[in-house]
Design a protein around this ligand. Sequence first.
Ligand code: SAM
Length: 226
Amino acid sequence: MTDFFVIGTPIGNMEDITLRAVRILSEVDLILCEDTRVTKNLLNKYSISKPTMSYHSQSKLSKIDYIISLLKEGKNLALVSDAGTPTISDPGSLLVSHILKEAPEVKIITIPGPSALVSALSISGFPSSDFLFLGFLPHKKGRETLFKEIANSERTVVFYESPHRIMKTLDSLKKHLPERKIMIARELTKIYEETAFGIPEEVEKYFVDNKDKVRGEFVVVISPKK
Ligand code: SAM
């Protein structure tokens, strides 16, 4: 039986990796990485020395064919991304769908680990038994419509945001849902980890007053419409 492991890795703090993930990474024949340099840091920390190969959003279909040929030869492979769970706003879904179709004899196994969206949601205090995850919002087309949908959502909404757009996003939230309580989680599990709560105007003010904090990685969590 050939195995293809989809492995969650830390979103910042290198200790956030499961014992099983470390074992599997040290047992597979090859590790597919979004960026081999990033993954090598993690592998070095756990004294894992295994061959790596890049697999990222720009990878061509011929790379998928090659990966499938390795699986057909009986090689056990692992897929990791730079941070968190592969395929969640990260590359990998297309590869998994090809393996399911073209090599159904391969067992696809999840090795669960951190994901920034679940980590942020879990400390928001907002209703979380069901929620809407939007990944990264589109930059232009459909963006305004999406904010209207978010304003009308009766579920907690979670999305990822970059430091370049976070102020713009807070401005849109102020416009579309001025009274709604939101949380911005920044740099989770890292040295400068923090959360900012409030209505959009309050959170925006916090970042205007603390411009040095408009950097790093952000998750935006929005409480539901009552
Ligand atoms: N696959 C990853 C996961 O499972 O969380 C997400 C990958 S996506 C390309 C990267 C985005 O996730 C960042 O831009 C940021 O919005 C969010 N993110 C990742 N790590 C984070 C962290 N430590 N703190 C806050 N947000 C984070």
